[in-house]
Design a protein. Structure first.
Length: 431
């Protein structure tokens, strides 16, 4: 049956399916919704649906279905919805109204990265609808079963602490199905061995230029085919700056720390690093799509940030605390506060923002510390309460101290109370 969003929330459960489409695909989208309603709980926007309702449905859904056409792919709400569905760990099923080459050429790099490794289902010819529908419903059923059995405990089907390839999808680079390669042969190295092992074996270090050139030779054709030239360049840049921290020499330990535990499936071992890197890049751009100031879902995403505390979200919010835009830094601070994970990196990021040059950022950092009830920051927040030149920041600091509580907070409040009492006495005396 179809659910109003309020019905879903009152039932105390997530909705099975969120379906979205643009106005140009409204006729097809409504038809698809009717087909889904017979078997599943499905929510889809109508003309009077607010962005708040749409966002809540995405956050609540297990499976996110988006109808894709050349008309809709560059609409802000569609891009934002896809990105939000990714970071909230919904299983994404793109439904193509045109064939992939006709749609993908209109997609920006971020959406290409997000959807390139996902199985699409195409409803291009109307007369094929009944035949295609049967396969589509099977795919949806499988996705829901997958979510209920293992997906909800992972981030897109993988170890929650790492970005790794999407386990229910095929590897992005196809390998020969034959495993009968002679150990040490070129075929063995290319099809079985991990990227590092097949090129540098037991070496513990390799210079960045060699590493990057070798990666480019192995994967450039696949990258440009899947993500376009701009997307491929972005991925290479992130590998240099985020993954290997601009180091001139890459260590095996850093490489292994990024990749995490490798899968036992040897067909995917050969591209394990590549898949990890692709998924990291997807998460990087998806989160920036959701939390940038032009995002149509930003405010609702912040309000619901506690619902999807994946490492990808926390890590990216920490990265955003150093953004050049103070509005982004302020949004990131509130997001970290609502996520409520007081790791060292989160705390270091918020402490740094308490001294930010922008008053809204300092104010947001105070409120974030209050949300996390972080007692280690009381002294710093107390200094802001006493000394910040902006009254709104001082007010936020006072609220934070009262909310955090504890001996240090009580001490700061007591001193303030004594000073306030003495000031009141002086005012009375002057009269």
């Amino acid at each position: 049956m179809a659910l109003a969003l309020e019905d879903t929330n009152q039932a105390g459960r997530v909705c099975d399916i969120m379906l979205t489409f643009c106005n140009g695909d409204k006729g097809f989208g409504s038809k698809l919704a009717e087909s889904l309603k017979d078997q599943f709980d499905v929510w889809y926007p109508v003309e009077d649906s607010s962005i708040e309702e749409v966002t809540r449905a995405i956050v609540d859904s297990k499976v996110f279905i988006v109808v894709m056409s050349a008309e809709c792919v560059n609409q802000q709400t569609i891009r934002d919805s896809v990105a939000l569905a990714y970071i909230t760990n919904s299983i994404i099923i793109p439904v193509g109204r045109e064939y992939y080459p006709d749609v993908s050429k209109h997609m920006d790099s971020a959406m290409l990265l997000t959807l390139a490794k996902i199985n699409w289902i195409f409803f291009v010819k109307d007369e094929e609808y009944p035949q295609k529908l049967e396969r589509f419903l099977e795919e949806v059923t499988q996705a829901l079963q997958e979510y209920d059995t293992c997906h909800s405990a992972d981030f897109h089907g993988v170890d929650i602490d790492k970005f790794q390839y999407n386990f229910n999808r095929q590897c992005s680079v196809k390998r020969s199905e034959s495993k009968d390669f002679a150990v040490g042969s070129p075929q063995y190295k290319r099809n079985i061995l991990d990227f590092w092992d097949r090129h540098w074996g037991a070496h513990l270090e390799v210079d960045w230029i060699t590493f990057a050139r070798t990666f480019y030779v192995d994967y450039n054709e696949t990258l440009e085919l899947s993500f376009g030239k701009q997307g491929a360049d972005m991925l290479m840049k992130l590998m240099e700056t985020d993954i290997f921290d601009m180091k001139s020499c890459i260590s095996r330990s850093t490489y292994d720390a990024f990749c995490g535990k490798q899968e036992s499936d040897t067909e995917c071992l050969a591209d394990h690093f590549f898949n990890c890197l692709c998924d990291y890049t997807v998460g990087y751009f998806a989160i920036r799509e959701v939390f940038n100031m032009e995002s149509s879902v930003r405010l609702q995403a912040i309000q619901n940030i506690g619902r999807f505390q994946t490492p990808s979200v926390i890590c990216s919010l920490c990265d955003l605390t150093t953004d050049e835009d103070p509005n982004i830094r302020a949004v990131a601070a509130i997001g970290l506060g609502k996520a409520g994970q007081g790791t060292k990196r989160v705390q270091d990021s918020l402490v740094r923002l308490l001294s930010d040059e922008d008053r809204l950022v300092r104010q947001s950092a105070c409120l974030a510390e209050a949300l996390m009830r972080e007692t280690k920051s009381v002294q710093k927040i107390s200094d802001i309460w006493r000394n910040d030149p902006i009254s709104q920041v001082r007010e936020a600091a006072e609220i934070a101290i009262r909310h955090i509580g504890g001996p240090e907070a009580d001490k700061a409040l007591k001193i303030n109370k004594v000073l306030s009492t003495e000031m009141d006495k002086l005012r009375v005396g002057d009269k």
